[in-house]
Design a protein. Sequence first.
Length: 264
Amino acid sequence: MILNNIVAIFRRELQSYFFSPLAYIFAALLWLLGGIFFLTLLIGPQGIITFVATQEQMGGELPPVDVASEFLRAFFGVLGVLVLFLLPLLSMGLYAEERKQGTLELLATSPITNWAVAVGKLLGVLTFFSVLLLPMIIWELIIFTGAEPAFPLGLLLLPHLGLLLLVAAILSLGMFISSLTESSLVAAVLTFCLVLLLWLLDLLGDRLPGVLGAGLKHLSLLRHYNYFLAGILDSSSVVLLLSYSVLGVVLTAQSIEALRWTRR
């Protein structure tokens, strides 16, 4: 029964994105900006092709560099910053619009558990984002399948895994903030501020001594995301990013439970 409820909410949420003008605006921005950065890193003045051409002109005097891995790290580093700015636009309406239209009260008083609704909504928006990544994956495959020497395509998995875990964490926290307000704009701004703080904790931790500094750095989204970009599968990074996702779901469920009690 619970699984059926989650699937029902998931389908409803996913379907809504394919009929939402905002979702298409988000997709256009992601593809446009992602494509610009992809081409810039590939053929721009500091791009990979320019680097290889310079190395050949200098007769191999430059130190050897794994250009494919460096390109991948740079591109996903840009994507990480890009989703920091764009994802609040995607998460802001997860609950804020329900509050505004009065349908949140129906969810709050329905037999479906609050956490099942939250999980269904998170899976729906995460699946929609994953679909938007497909064109970028095609770009990567076109580039890397033609690389010489052959680039091991298995190395593409870690950056994609890191990006999806990062996106899930941001969307989950954004969902919680969206459940607190009727204003989508307020939800987007607060989500951006919160995620920016979590992103920069690594820099803040460097300026603080001892256990406090180490603790802040461990909570940083940037620090753990960079492990994936470096090709390191660190279990603590997986657990930390998943923990943010779970935290967002739990807080959202509690937020809706509070609304349920106010309606009794």
